[in-house]
Design a protein around this ligand. Sequence first.
Ligand code: F6R
Length: 605
Amino acid sequence: MCGIVGVTGKDNAVQILLKGLKRLEYRGYDSAGIYVNDQDGHEYLVKEKGRIADLEAEIGSDVHGSTGIGHTRWATHGVPSKANAHPHVSADGRYYLVHNGMIGNFAELKKQYLSDVTFKSDTDTEVIVQLIAKFAQTGMATKAAFKKVLNLIDDSSSYSFLLIDNQEPNTLYVAKNKSPLLIGVGDGFNVVCSDALAMLDQTHDFIELIDGETVIVKPDSILIEDTDGKRIERKPFHVSTDASAADKGAYPYYMLKEIDEQPGVMRTLIKHYISEDGSIKIDDNILQSLHQSDRIYIVAAGTSYHAGLVGKELLEKVAKIPTEVHVASEFGYNPPLLAAKPFFIFLTQSGETADSRQVLAQVNELGYQSLTITNVENSTLSREATYTLLLYAGPEIAVASTKAYTGQIALEAILAKALGELRQVATAADFDVAKELTKVANGEQELVDEKKDIKKIAAALLPTTRNAFYIGRSIDYDIVQEAALKLKEVSYIQTEGFASGELKHGTISLIEKGTPVLAVITDKHTAKHTRSNAQEVMARGANVVFIASRSLAKDGDQIVLPDVHPLLTPLVAIVPCQLMAYYASLQRGYDVDKPRNLAKSVTVE
Ligand code: F6R
């Protein structure tokens, strides 16, 4: 979603802001803008609808400065347009503001305080900058006016703000609530960003902010205050990620790079979590907390939710502990009747998903223990949960999640093994997770090496179709839900991932001559059933492609998967499905890394 960058104390502020915004492009946006000043009375505001490249083209050679703020906007209030792009400026030309999140009571604030102000945009953000200016015009200092406005914003809102008062041109006023924001610490300069990746070229040391804090950032100082105005001292944390890990290298698209990285992710997880002797290296407190619970609740959204479906299989079969999987946005407002001793696992690539955060806030209020499994160290869900396990998958930049999905499942397998051993479950003793994940890594490698075959199948099966189906049963039903999400989100082909036995109960009426149906068969108990369901749709004209494990494959099956442990088949079966989505998107001429309307990190509910 929206991205924020800011810098103070560096001569080349324009270049730093643009580079930072480019690094945030992956999060999804529809317009962008920057404001810079040079401490000598020259200031520049440039905004543009479209890509950062469009913004860059608008920036004249005279635009320069040492302090500035920048923003990528993903429209919530008001259409994507130059006028609605950030930064927004107050009517008196004094204050410039960028904002991530949304202000629940912006209409009320506008009506109550700003009926005499002419607005240039339809955004909730402009209300905030106009209101700060309004209070400043009554003689209030900027900090006081800023804090007064923060206090007027209602609880339903979320924000991270970066404000410049052109009367103090080297000062950044910063505040956050529910939306991520970090201060990057430099030598003689400082930066601000909504994602550390944006500023890794400038620094690897970042200070996290807590909701409700305000911060005043100057080139040589960072002053953090809590809600009561009390000064807070906080040490920076170090981000070891190499800035180049977020580059595409020789790949045409991040999605392809990240699909290819999956065997490496498996090996990294083995290295991090499993010792040479096979013992699992997971904090005993996590395992004991899980062991003492009587039911696990996995809460997640989108692809992470699909990884949770496989997690349930693993935890129930390997560790013999009842597990439920819930869509975060549903759980938050309609929770199920909880068990006596629940334990919560939050699966989240970004660690920032607002729907999941909302559930975690409730879990914390109820005093239950929780674990966040995430790819982003120090992310909000990681900080707010009792425990964290990291995926170590490297930055995932393409909007469509690939390596985080397989990383999450692999880590769930390791966790299930450790928990099963603690609970003395026989299945766990027989589950050699390091050996099985190594087999998976080799199998995934085999599949990514054969991507040309998938490209041909995608070209023949999905050239112009409007809709498609993935079908499967049992664990294959888990797989096809993720396979369908991948295909629809990047190719815009309306795709359903269906339990193949359910087709005949209604949905089969959608099958007509040429409808593409991809049948996934990795579960030996349901292989025959899925094949007969596939026959049913073939008899009605469907164009069926079979994706089957080698030991279950039949002559003529188009995609054959290496055999792996029956609970880990999603880790290999998803690879050709990800590639299918990738090629289907490219052959339709879409930007596969940045599908329309989507954002990488969904920080609004
Ligand atoms: C789809 C995708 C999304 C995310 C979802 C949750 O490819 O990436 O469905 O999985 O928005 O995001 P995280 O995992 O960051 O909580």
